[in-house]
Write a protein of this length. Sequence first.
Length: 116
Amino acid sequence: MAVTPHIIKLTAGEREKLLQTKTLIETNLRKHYTIQKLAKSINMNQTKLKKAFHQQFGVGLFEHLQASRMAKAKELLLTTDLSVKSIGIDMGYAHWKSFMRAFKKYYGVTPGSLRK
């Protein structure tokens, strides 16, 4: 028997706060966020933030961050001459090798292969 997920009732203000959180993540890809800091910034408890974000956008907070980073990295690889190392740093990775592994896992090819 399938379990029906619990629907969280959100006010218009809470939906706006979730949108603000999504925008914050998308516009500050270099920054590392914790659930605790994000929840505090919008005055929502951590559990509600995680569940409400997933309910509202169909993906978890960190999955959204990774997808946003990978999409921007791909765009930069295809439209600029920035080095892979520079792009990795711009996407919030402390080490370019970590970026390369994450990119390959996400897209199935290395950043250099995509660029060629």
